[in-house]
Every structure is written in C-alpha cells, then in structure tokens.
Design a binder for this molecule. Sequence first.
Ligand SMILES: [Zn+2]
Ligand SMILES: [Zn+2]
Length: 326
Amino acid sequence: MTTHQFLPHSDGACSRRAFLTVSAALGGAALASHAAAPSQPNPPPDPIIDIHQHTHYHGRSDQQMLAHQRAMGVTTSILLPAGRPTVRPATHGGRSNGLAANCTGNEAVLAYAKAHPGEFLFGANEVTDLPEAAVEIEKYLKLGAKIIAEQKFGVQCDSPESERLYTLAAEYDVPILLHLQESTYNSGFKRLPTMFRKFPKTIFIMHAQSTWANIDANYDGKSLYPTGPVAKGGLTSQYLADHANCFADMSAGSGLNSLLRDEEHTRWFLEKHQDKILYGSDCADTLGRGPGCQGAGTIAAIRKYAANKVVERKILFENSKKLFRL
Ligand SMILES: [Zn+2]
Ligand SMILES: [Zn+2]
C-alpha cells in the first residue's frame, strides 16, 4: 500500500493543520537530530512504552506496524483491539466498526502479542452495550489482556453498560481506556468525576478530543482541536489532580495538538501531571519517524517540554511500567 501520512478520521491520525504545526514546532530539531544520529556514539536508547496502538490500522500491515513501532524507538507496545463488527446505535449503524479505522479485534491482537513476546502486549474489548460484552472481554482478560480498550462507542460515559465494564476492570485490576469525544463516543465528559468516585478501584485512562480540548479552562465546548493560548485549570487538569484513579494517554492528533498550542502551559501541565500522563502514539502511518509520524512528534514534544529527564522518563516509560506492572 502507499505510505500515507495523516488520514481524515476523527482522532488517532493528525489533521493537516496539526501536521504543519508539528513541522513548524519540531520538524527542524527532529530532522537535525535524526540526521546527526549515525556519527554519534551508540548508547542503548531509553526504553519507551506505547500504550495505544492498533493492528490493521487503516489497513496497515502487521509488518509495517512492527517497523513503525521500532522506528519510533518504542520497546513495548500495547495493542488495543476493536469490538466485533455490528450494526447498532453504539457503532453509529456500523460506521464505527473497527474503531472507525479498520482495526482488527481481540483474536488479532492476542495472536500478534503471542508472536512477539515482550515487545507487544494486548488489550480486550467489545462494543460496550452488547449483552455479551462483559463475557467476551473477560475471556481475553483471562488470557492475559492488560487493559480494557479501546472503548470507542456511542454510549454515555456513565451508562449502565459502561459501569458494568468499570466494575470488570477493577475485578481484574486492569485499566480501562475511554475515547472521549462529546456527542460521538463516551459522551458526558462533565459527569466523568461521578464515575471516578463511584468506582474508586477502577483505573480510568482518558483519551482523545474531549480530554485534550478540556485542558483549557476557557474551552468553548465546541472545537475538537482548539488552538491558541491555554488557561490553566481546565476540567482535564482538575480530574487528573483530584482523582487518584484518573490518568490520561497523550496519544493521537488531539494529544499532540494540546502539547503544541501553548508552550508555557505545556511545560506547566507536564510537570504538574508528571505522574498521571502516559505516552501513547495511536498513529496509523508507516514511517515511524520525522514530520509524517504524529507518534514521533509526540515523543519529540514530550522531550522538548518536560522540565527535566525525570519527568520525561516518567511520561515515556516509568508511569506505564508501574501502572501495567511491566
Ligand atoms: Zn486508538
Ligand atoms: Zn507514526
């Protein structure tokens, strides 16, 4: 297949605008350091855990995905499966099957992880409101799934069916990752704290547009990829600060956009929430480096804006190592 850079799906692949912003903010430095690499001594690279990647993402082959992860410098990846293909409101009549990006499901990620021990781990998933969702997810938790994800379905974040999965996550002591995109997936962002409180033993990982737009206390609630200066103290920052069981995954175009829109805020945000932010890529390209790879852009941004090496290592590695007990 042809190499694609950013594809027009909701999140997980950068917009063209975000791509240009990445290039402007990081491209020069990233390219310069990359070009200089061969002449430098060769210390073992720092390990990186990517908690958010997919199989058959927009049709990308397994081989291309492996090469992509290695090119990014990722040493451990967690593969997040789709739910089964089904036609119902939660999948928007089938349009959101395959996580709206052609991704494959539980069997595929299990097989891939088994074929690449140590380098790849897998999650368990199902369409939230299917009657058999909990049974299907439990089957893969028993086989060693590390997370319930990616929950990206058209339900309310506090629906009874969602609550059933929050309970299951706590029972198996694995996090649950929510694609939060108001009016489309896991709606009700403002009500999430009710869930944090009701399920104190469940680890919630927030992801996607509503998460990253809400870093801004002045967010208008409309744009999925807001730009410009950020006022400290948005809902996302409050949730991370106030709830021990709330984490955020830095992945996708929305995560990167949030890092690049206001440098001063980003430095503050990464330092303040240094124990609660996890690196994820969620990118569908075949490159794994340079301005065409959003995941590589996110690594570069974290390295650029983290206050020091300790903060950088927490976000790229230590926090996930601890949370997933790796
Ligand atoms: Zn994803
Ligand atoms: Zn990439």
